[in-house]
Design a protein around this ligand. Structure first.
Ligand SMILES: Cc1cc2nc3c(=O)[nH]c(=O)nc-3n(C[C@H](O)[C@H](O)[C@H](O)COP(=O)(O)OP(=O)(O)OC[C@H]3O[C@@H](n4cnc5c(N)ncnc54)[C@H](O)[C@@H]3O)c2cc1C
Length: 424
């Protein structure tokens, strides 16, 4: 099909999370007639609701690696507060876990992390371009972030790793001189990286603002409160998306349904490997900003992220394998409250906290499914961005729109774990 014919197609995007919305933006910018279908009553009610808010280029590393099997055994024995396996007898977890183990070699780790780092940087660049084009405000900041280490050995290993472009290693003394608010970490701080390539922003606010902008300036249609239940299909193509509010006819479909992508894949005879990895966040009103670090930070020893988003402090942690249960567990919420009380108790209103839990749509390799389904020539996946969906969304949306127009992007290829499913 020629590029001109490809413009002006009716494209149904399933999912109004940050990934679906960024995809809708890039498709609408290319002149398509876009309809977004979302089962919730508003955008960003799923995993994009209250994440850490970091455009975290510095965290673009696959969880699957040579050290991961031992870490999983520790988690099974209940020895790590940051990783929990609460639903061991879950067949979906076993299938996912076996694929995860196959991605733990040093070679696979290097390749997957390299691809994630590329997409993370691309995502940040595309987010800034989108911001300029739309003028949206979402508590954004592009001043970088801190990655803090409480163990010398882990800090040394990070300094020796690849992908350090844009990251300056600093001693604990240098860090606290740079930002006195980091003194709260005391002797436990052994060093860290000052990144100039990370950003921050409120993901939910961004997603909602973009939805309004798309409706107003690009005539994108939104069906909220509409659950996708199936597809009308024939001859390897989908002609309409069936929803609880009736069918939506379409020329192309993009599934950007986060952890809901697996159930939708089943309707099309495929089973994408996306596991819901639960994470927790706590949000506190800031009482005294003078005690807050100037940039978002990741405490690499405790695997906790801390971000100031306007007049709020957002703290997130924990990877819990608990199936599709997204209810916040009080014990895990208390873990976050305790951390904040110890480090930022003077800065925030501890009693006015809001807790939340969300399901990260996580693939075994850490790389999202980004391309056309092998089984259906007009169905596309943009799902499985795991711990980095906010970081990658704008870049992944742009790549998907480009691929729909037939462009290849050799810088971000299809991962080994996705080749059976994704054609382009
Ligand atoms: C605690 C925590 C902290 C995080 N911190 C960061 C961070 O700092 N930086 C970062 O980059 N990422 C972070 N993430 C990850 C990021 O939040 C996710 O990767 C991202 O939100 C995924 O977006 P999504 O659009 O794919 O999924 P979602 O936001 O879940 O959107 C999918 C949408 O599809 C809809 N849907 C599903 N099935 C159907 C159906 N059948 N019919 C209609 N609609 C359907 C859902 O209702 C949902 O709204 C964090 C995640 C967590 C949990």
């Amino acid at each position: 099909m020629h590029d001109q014919q490809k413009r002006g197609q009716r494209i149904a995007v399933i999912g109004a999370g940050v990934v679906g919305m960024a995809t809708a933006y890039h498709l609408a910018e290319r002149g398509h007639d876009v309809t977004v279908i979302e089962r919730a009553k508003a955008p960003a009610e799923g995993c994009s609701f209250a994440n850490a808010g970091i455009i975290a280029v510095g965290h673009a590393e696959s969880w699957a690696g040579p050290a991961a099997p031992a870490q999983m055994i520790h988690a099974l024995l209940g020895r790590t507060p940051s990783v929990k396996i609460s639903k061991l007898m879950d067949p979906q977890l076993w299938r996912w876990g076996l694929a995860f183990l196959r991605q733990c070699s040093a070679r696979a780790h290097r390749e997957n992390s390299g691809a994630m780092a590329w997409l993370a940087r691309h995502g940040r660049q595309e987010l800034q371009a989108l911001e300029q084009a739309t003028g949206l405000a979402f508590e954004q900041g592009h001043d970088g972030a801190y990655y803090l280490y409480g163990e010398e050995s882990a800090f040394a290993a990070r300094k020796a790793s690849d992908h350090l472009e844009g990251f300056s290693p600093m001693s604990a003394e240098e860090l606290t001189q740079w930002d006195p608010a980091l003194k709260v970490y005391g002797d436990r701080l052994k060093g860290g990286l000052l990144s100039s390539v990370d950003s921050k922003g409120d993901c939910r606010r961004f997603t909602r603002a973009l939805a309004l902008w798309l409706e107003q300036y690009r005539q994108v249609t939104f069906h909220y409160g509409a659950t996708v239940t199936g597809f009308e299909r024939g001859q390897g193509r989908v002609s309409a998306v069936q929803t609880t509010n009736g069918p939506v006819p379409c020329d192309q479909v993009v599934i950007a349904a986060g952890v809901g992508t697996v159930a939708l894949g089943k309707q099309l005879g495929v089973r994408p490997l996306i596991y819901p990895v639960k994470g927790y966040s706590a949000t506190y009103p800031i009482r005294d900003g003078a005690y807050m670090p100037a940039r978002p930070l990741v405490d690499e020893t405790n695997l906790i992220a801390v971000t100031r988003l306007g007049s709020y402090l957002r703290v997130t942690a924990i990877a819990e394998f608990a199936g599709h249960d997204s209810s916040p567990n009080p014990e895990r919420a208390a873990y976050l409250d305790d951390y904040v009380a110890r480090h930022f108790g003077c800065a925030v209103e501890l009693d006015a906290v809001t807790h939340w839990a969300g399901l990260r749509p996580t693939t075994p390799s850490g790389r999202p499914y980004l391309g056309r389904l092998r089984t259906h020539s007009n169905v596309w996946l943009n799902a499985g961005h795991g711990q980095l969906g906010w970081t990658m969304a704008a870049g992944a949306g742009q790549l998907l729109a480009e691929r729909l127009h037939g462009a290849q992007s050799p810088s971000y290829g299809v991962s080994e774990t996705a080749r059976w499913l994704i054609a382009a």
